[in-house]
Design a binder for this molecule. Structure first.
Ligand code: MV4
Length: 491
């Protein structure tokens, strides 16, 4: 492959093009009318406009993207995340056009796109699953029987679901019928597929995911875990690698299970296997995401592997150049997603112009973004404007660098989740590692941020006073010394 098209925008389009450029591969950007002057377009060797701002008329139109690839002679298409990245029709259309899809095969996308098909596929692979059923259920009486067997609370899930849509917790048998109807109709309208199933509800889990890489020659490795429990309404905000609760043995077990999940669907490329981890450290397979994830940088920093480069190499048919035993964890990485949202106002989208936009700089700080000062954040797309990633030799160090980096990040003109991040990285439950997926709901409110800011200011004020006193006493001693010196000279 000498030229690839990136079917995406923003930070991830830029991120992908950087690896391509490093590998000597030319890049083609596609862009909507309002994205004409954005960094991913300026960075690319060529760029093709694909329609009006709404993604349904641009970034989601399969034919326009394939036409752009044909027109520019791109031999591969990287879908990034979101948009068409997990659309098996897109992967098929790309392949049918004689272009390489830089991602998994159509079969793997289809199987993992359905939670029930995924359960079926991994059945013979000895993967721990949450107690529950692996078939769609329609009959309420049958559902009640199953729920009693499993024991309450139970969770009704949509097979086609994602982002918590169509998911219903049922605490008591009397609520089951109503909740099941709701789950089915929600799934029907959101995904056009009303299939639901039942699982035991794991009440306070952590969300741990394993990164895998699989080549086209049957080699599969994992690149350890990412801890993604700090989320708000299924939107991740802080991720880290490694997790502070996995023992080397548990990591090996979860890694081996993730590899088997990849094998179960003949996976090729970079993928992520999601698990729930309960308070007894039991893990359960949830689903597999067949794309490069937003939070992939934390894995890159602790493993030293460029995941986009590996995706491209695998798509070219190369064998993995390393085995599992070549891989190890070095250091600790943190990621904060910087959203154009106002945490003090229920995370409402904060639209506007980046009047000031200055990134933090320095060793062990990485900023993946797709905006520059003066740009306006469009309302049409994902509100994430940047990822702030830090690295340290220990978890404590990565947190310290993160706190400094947040303070140095200057964004004016819109509200962002930077202050929210400052709150998380100072919270004792986060620092001690004692948290689960309920962290934000449990600890966060606008008042708690104000409190945290207040105590931060207090610390800063005390520090300033101390510095002042110190400098004054130094000054005094200098004055003192110099006065002696002047005196002596004068004598
Ligand atoms: C669960 C669960 C508890 N028990 N399944 C949420 C989205 C989807 N990917 C799976 N999800 C969950 N499945 C059982 N049996 C709790 C969640 C869940 C969750 C999972 C990962 C990260 C954040 C979450 C927030 C709320 C609920």
């Amino acid at each position: 492959m000498k030229k690839i098209l990136v079917a995406n925008r923003g930070e991830i389009a830029l991120r992908i093009m950087k690896s391509a450029k490093k590998m000597g591969i030319k890049t083609v950007a596609v862009y909507s009318e309002i994205d004409r002057h954005t960094p991913h377009v300026l960075f690319a060797d060529e760029a093709i406009e694909i329609g009006p701002a709404p993604s349904a008329q641009s970034y989601l139109v399969i034919d326009k993207i394939i036409d752009a690839a044909k027109k520019t002679g791109a031999e591969g298409i990287h879908p990034g995340y979101g948009f068409l990245s997990e659309n098996s029709e897109f992967a098929k259309a790309v392949t049918d056009a004689g272009i390489i899809f830089i991602g998994p095969n159509v079969h793997a996308i289809e199987v993992m796109g359905s939670k029930l098909a995924a359960k079926e596929a991994v059945k013979a692979y000895d993967i721990p699953m949450v107690p529950g059923i692996d078939e769609a259920i329609e009959d309420v009486e049958e559902a009640k029987k199953i729920a009693i067997e499993i024991g309450f609370p139970i969770l009704i899930k949509a097979s086609a679901g994602g982002g918590g849509k169509g998911m219903r917790i049922v605490e008591h048998i009397d609520e089951l019928s109503e909740q099941m109807e709701r789950a089915i109709s929600e799934a029907e309208s959101a995904f056009g597929d009303g299939s639901v199933f039942i699982e035991k509800y794991v009440t306070s889990p952590r969300h741990i995911e394993l990164q895998v890489l699989a080549d086209a020659h049957g080699n599969v490795v994992h690149l350890f875990e990412r801890e993604c429990s700090i989320q708000r309404r299924h939107q991740k905000v802080v991720e880290e690698a490694p997790s502070s609760v996995l023992t080397p043995q548990l990591r090996e077990e979860m890694g081996a299970a993730a590899v088997r999940v990849a094998q179960a669907c003949n996976y090729e490329g970079a993928g992520t296997v999601e698990f729930l981890l309960d308070d007894q450290l039991n893990f359960y397979f949830l689903e597999m995401n067949t794309r490069l994830q937003v939070e992939h940088p934390v894995t890159e920093l602790i493993s030293g592997v460029d995941l986009v480069e590996q995706q491209i190499r695998i798509a070219r048919g190369e064998k993995l150049s390393f085995t599992q035993s070549d891989l190890n964890i070095e250091g600790h990485a943190m990621e904060l997603r910087v959203y154009a949202e106002d945490p003090m106002n229920n995370f409402l989208p904060s639209i506007g112009t980046l009047h000031t936009y200055r990134r933090p700089e320095g060793d062990n700080i990485r900023v993946d973004d797709g905006y520059e000062e003066g740009m306006t954040i469009p309302i049409y797309y994902d509100p994430m404007i940047a990822k702030l990633i830090t690295y340290g030799s220990t978890r404590e160090e990565s947190i310290d660098i993160m706190k400094r980096a947040i303070a140095e990040y200057k964004i004016e003109g819109i509200e962002t989740t930077l202050d929210f991040g400052a709150f998380v990285f100072r919270h004792e439950d986060f620092i001690s590692g004692k948290f689960d997926t309920h962290f934000v709901k449990k600890n966060f409110s606008a008042e708690s941020v104000e409190e945290s800011q207040h105590s931060q200011r207090k610390v800063a004020a005390i520090f300033a006073v101390k510095q002042y006193i110190k400098s004054k006493s130094k000054l005094k001693s200098i004055e003192h010394n110099s006065s002696i010196w002047t005196k002596s000279r004068n004598q």
